[in-house]
Ligand binder design. Structure first.
Ligand SMILES: Cc1cc2nc3c(=O)[nH]c(=O)nc-3n(C[C@H](O)[C@H](O)[C@H](O)COP(=O)(O)O)c2cc1C
Length: 531
């Protein structure tokens, strides 16, 4: 992290400035209230970043983007969502550049890496009209093959993001996508992830899981199952020893416990996380409703504008003084991608900001180049529009949608898509009458959804985000040799502002352009240190 010595006005309330022992990292903050507890010792660093490049699923904040940001001394965060599917699609596309194979070669379980390669790697890539192979669906009792894939895919993404520098890298998960949590976290930890960030739910049980997995001990995670009855077993189980025993791998390596940052949208949730989590919460990302991706819904009964966007009121305003009083390091997110907003956040007592939208359109992000280009062009010409869609996401949260012809933001494109649910990351777990657990998604075929006890009114306006998100990063499912899944880009309200990162005369920009623009507001201007 880089943060210059300078004006006391920039120093977050409740912190003291400590000279950094590291060359180029000019200072770090030590939180006076929680110093011993909150000091982070990850991958040789014990300071928090000022800028967190927010995790962007699925695959948008890939290892390449996170590596670029972390190399420059801020926190790069890979998205951990659906990495199992992303790894196998990259392999089926021939693994251009050989990066997936490089990551798998470093994976501590060579036999698992070999199994994955022989099942999915296609030298030269699959035929353009061929569909991607499917894996079994995630379930409470995961097939071993899928657990192995999750461990490996999360390892590879973090390993690649950390490659070539010594700075920490984070990983982001959606709490709501629960089934892959345990093996995913373990894979990321085996690769030395420095921070775990989680929102879209209340991740009270993640800190305790991190404590257990750091010691390679079995971990459990309570699933949210609609209709579960008292006495039902709703726990997920994962035992790392199952993978070390009887394997040709060396002994389990000592692991660092990653810092855990909870992503929340209110001081009430922030308090809940700090008071009720089953282990240490190292900080909070406070995300406003202007942020890209999923947003918290308004409190109370949902009311919509004439255009159909949720109306937020005074009760939804974030109480910064209450958050500051909690004493934990915090970062502000949602419209903080400018030097003045960074200054504002620091003045409010934040350690820094989390920024997504500005990074989603950098050269290093994995968003398809044509989508990036079209939306940068719209921003440049003043035509960029973001719609907060209260219905699109099967997760049930409002979802920000960048308006772009040819994508599923377009009603005609949506209408032409047959309803199919074959990825199911966002599906809901429901208890069936016989006690078994079924998965249902309000974007799946209507009759199927109804047959699982779903209500027709819950299906209106839902979109298959899982397939769209794979299409966004260039791995669309193809059916019948010709139907290609359409993309659906999410971006925050700041989409309208991204052209400011373009260097003079350029039509693209990089993560370094974003970081130097943001930090230019911090005086004296810090020198970004490429390490
Ligand atoms: C393309 C995109 C995808 C995102 N996906 C996720 C995600 O998977 N998980 C998450 O916690 N936040 C996600 N976010 C939110 C960002 O991590 C970040 O908090 C947010 O973008 C900050 O606000 P800003 O968009 O105004 O910069 C996403 C944002 C964007 C733009």
């Amino acid at each position: 992290m880089t943060m210059p010595l300078g004006s006391p006005a920039r120093v977050p309330h409740g912190t003291k400035v400590c000279p950094s022992p590291r060359k180029n990292a000019i200072l770090h903050f030590c939180d006076t209230a929680r110093s011993a507890e909150s000091e982070i010792i990850t991958a040789g660093m014990h300071q928090h970043p000022v800028i967190i490049q927010g995790g962007m699923g699925a695959g948008v904040s890939s290892w390449r983007l996170a590596q670029a940001v972390s190399r420059l001394g801020q926190l790069g965060v890979v998205s951990g969502t659906a990495l199992d599917q992303i790894l196998i699609r990259r392999l089926q596309d021939g693994d251009p550049g050989g990066h997936m194979r490089r990551g798998l070669a470093a994976f501590p379980f060579p036999s698992i890496a070999e199994r994955i390669l022989s099942a999915y790697f296609i030298p030269g890539g699959k035929a353009a009209t061929a569909p991607y192979l499917h894996t079994p669906s995630h379930s409470r009792h995961e097939p071993r093959e899928l657990v192995e894939l999750c461990i490996a895919a999360n390892f590879v993404e973090v390993f690649l993001a950390r490659d070539g520098h010594a700075n920490p890298v984070g990983i982001n998960y959606l709490e709501k996508v629960q089934l892959p949590h345990l093996p995913s976290l373990y894979g990321a930890m085996l690769a030395g992830v420095g921070y775990v960030l989680m929102g879209a739910g209340i991740p009270l049980h993640i800190p305790g899981v991190l404590d257990r997995l750091t010691q390679h001990l079995p971990a459990e995670y309570p699933l949210h199952i609609t209709g579960a009855r008292e006495g039902d077993d709703t726990l997920l189980h994962f035992d790392p020893r199952d993978y070390w025993q009887n394997s040709a791998a060396a002994d389990p390596p000592p692991l660092h416990r990653p810092a855990f940052l909870a992503i929340v949208s209110s001081s009430t949730l922030a308090t809940t996380m700090l008071r009720r989590a089953n282990g240490r919460v190292d900080g909070l990302v406070i995300e406003a409703r202007t942020a890209g991706g999923h947003n918290a819904p308004p409190r109370g009964k949902l009311q919509l504008t004439a255009q159909g966007e949720p109306i937020y009121g005074e009760r939804d305003a974030i109480d910064f003084s209450r958050i500051r009083e909690l004493g934990a390091p915090f970062w502000l997110a949602g419209g903080y991608g400018s030097p003045s907003k960074l200054q504002e956040a620091l003045a409010l007592g934040a350690t820094g900001v989390q920024v997504g939208t500005a990074f989603a359109f950098t050269r290093e992000s994995a968003l398809r180049d044509d989508l990036k280009q079209a939306l940068i062009e719209k921003a440049r010409s003043g035509e960029a529009r973001v719609f907060t869609d209260p219905l699109a996401s099967p997760a049930g949260f409002p979802f920000k949608v960048a308006q772009l012809e040819g994508t599923a933001s377009d009603a005609a494109v949506c209408a032409a898509r047959p309803r199919i649910c074959d990825l199911g990351f966002l599906s809901e777990l429901v208890r069936d009458d016989d006690g078994s657990i079924v998965r249902r998604c309000p974007a799946e075929p209507l009759s199927l959804y109804l047959s699982k006890g779903g209500r027709a009114e819950d299906t209106a306006g839902r979109k298959c985000l899982c397939n769209a998100l794979m299409a966004n990063i260039g791995h669309p499912q193809i059916r019948g040799g010709s139907h290609v899944e359409p993309p659906l880009v999410t971006a925050g309200d700041d989409l309208t502002e991204i052209a400011r990162f373009l260097p003079e005369g350029a039509t693209t920009y990089t993560a370094a352009d974003v970081l130097s623009a943001l930090l230019a507001g911090v005086t004296p201007e810090p020198q970004l240190a490429a390490r």
